[in-house]
Design a protein around this ligand. Structure first.
Ligand code: PMT
Length: 396
């Protein structure tokens, strides 16, 4: 299944490094070509000889061979790979990656890699939970890397909790999925709405919401990884994707105008934006002065972008979101029909870790055939991947 695929495995200093021997063996058995980079401290946990023998390729650690002078080109290694997996990822290397530090071959290769980069952290539970570690992992996600979260279980320290590297068999499945999906949506154009909309009250104030753009950015990345071309129309969000076409707007009317322009050429449309349903009827042209004890602002209905484009839908596959606080499932199913979606992704603000600004989300899918699929709380990257997988099924 991985015949012809080139995988660059980068190993850091962690007790979980012993698992890479099994992992390399599994990759090679699947037909993959494997090259390994090790940090110096990784060699305290597993020998280069073991990984060189199993991968059938010399292991790289230094920029050049001290005795022969042979140069190990990090740019070539990064270009060679179809996928780079850093496993186990130590807190030390994570910190360096998040801050652009480049003091060894692994880091130089990471910085020059053009292929998807996945990381599988492994460390003690307190280290894993430390805000610095979590912030660094989020930084990697914002650079477009994929984090294979550490698993729960017994740790080398004797403690028990989240910190174990995913098992070799799990890593293999993730790599397979990633590589086989990489061309599944080749030639498809995906239009994504993302972020909040800001509806002006006056030149200073607006009606808005808490959407950060994290969900829309994760979706963009996941569709790109599946080979699709993406256009994201984003309200004023903190998070924007680092590649693909990005159109920035403020209001719902602007978002609709751009979405209408790109809709006919799109194959897939994902409505992840939190669009303001109302806007001030007559925004003031100058800052409203504080005079009276109360202030009335008349609001008028904004266009419903998803519903408008739902009326014009021909070949396009439409994915909507439903953000609910009560009667969640019934409301989501009503929106699926009313807005002519093919799939709706329900997230509820009653679920801890779900919704605005979170790095995680807990969703339930409903499709037009009344199929329901409930997912656990997971990273927005993983939720985006689930959505892409569902869309791919429709194009198979
Ligand atoms: O950006 P994050 O901080 O990561 O947060 C992600 C999110 C919570 C914003 C996202 O997961 C989400 O739920 N997005 C949809 C929010 C929303 O407005 O839901 P809704 O139930 O009000 O709308 C239903 C659907 O119609 C949505 O697809 C929405 O984009 C669309 N809609 C709604 C109103 C409107 N005027 N135009 C629309 O297109």
């Amino acid at each position: 299944m991985l015949a012809g695929k080139k995988i660059l495995l980068a190993v850091c200093g962690s007790i979980a490094a012993y698992k890479t021997a099994f992992f390399v063996r599994l990759l090679v058995k699947e037909g993959a070509e494997v090259k390994v980079i090790m940090t110096e401290s990784a060699k305290d946990f597993i020998t280069p000889l073991t990984l060189a023998t199993l991968s059938k390729n010399p292991v790289h650690s230094q920029y050049f061979d001290n005795t022969s002078g042979e140069w190990h080109n990090h740019v070539e290694l990064g270009m060679w790979a179809d996928l780079m997996l850093i496993a186990p990822l130590s807190a030390n290397t994570l910190g360096k990656m998040a801050n652009g530090i480049c003091d060894n071959l692994l880091l130089a290769t990471y910085l020059s890699a053009k292929c998807p980069v996945l990381v599988a952290p492994a460390m003690d539970l307190d280290m894993y939970q430390h805000p610095t570690t979590q912030e660094n992992l989020n930084r990697l996600i914002s650079y477009g890397n994929e984090v294979i979260e550490a698993r729960d279980g017994e740790l080398a320290s004797g403690l028990s909790g989240q910190g174990r590297m995913a098992e070799p068999e799990e890593l293999l499945e993730i790599v397979k999925k990633k590589l086989t999906n990489s061309a599944a949506l080749k030639g498809k154009r995906v239009l994504i709405t993302s972020g909040p909309t800001f509806e002006a009250i006056d030149p200073v104030r607006f009606i808005g919401n808490h959407s950060s753009g994290k969900m829309g950015s994760a979706l963009t990345k996941a569709f790109q990884d599946a080979g699709a071309e993406t256009i994201i129309i984003s309200g004023p969000a903190t998070y924007l994707p680092s590649s693909g076409e990005v159109i920035k707007v403020n209001s719902a009317n602007e978002m609709l105008a751009h979405a209408e322009k790109y809709h006919s050429d799109a194959d897939i449309v994902v409505f992840s934006a939190a669009v303001s349903d109302y806007r001030p009827e007559n925004p003031a042209t100058e800052k409203i002065k504080k005079k009276e004890d109360s202030l009335q602002i008349n609001l008028v209905k904004n266009p419903d972008i998803a519903a408008e484009l739902g009326k014009k839908k021909k070949h396009q596959f439409h994915v909507g979101f439903a953000l609910e606080t009560t009667n969640e499932e019934v409301n989501a199913q009503e929106k699926l029909k009313k807005k002519n979606f093919d799939l709706i992704v329900l997230n509820s603000l009653n679920d801890e870790g779900a919704g605005f600004q979170q790095d995680t989300n807990k969703v339930t899918f409903f499709d037009k055939n009344n199929n329901k699929h409930k997912f656990e709380l997971k990273s927005k990257t993983a939720v985006a991947q689930d959505i892409v997988n569902q869309v791919i099924k429709n194009f198979e």
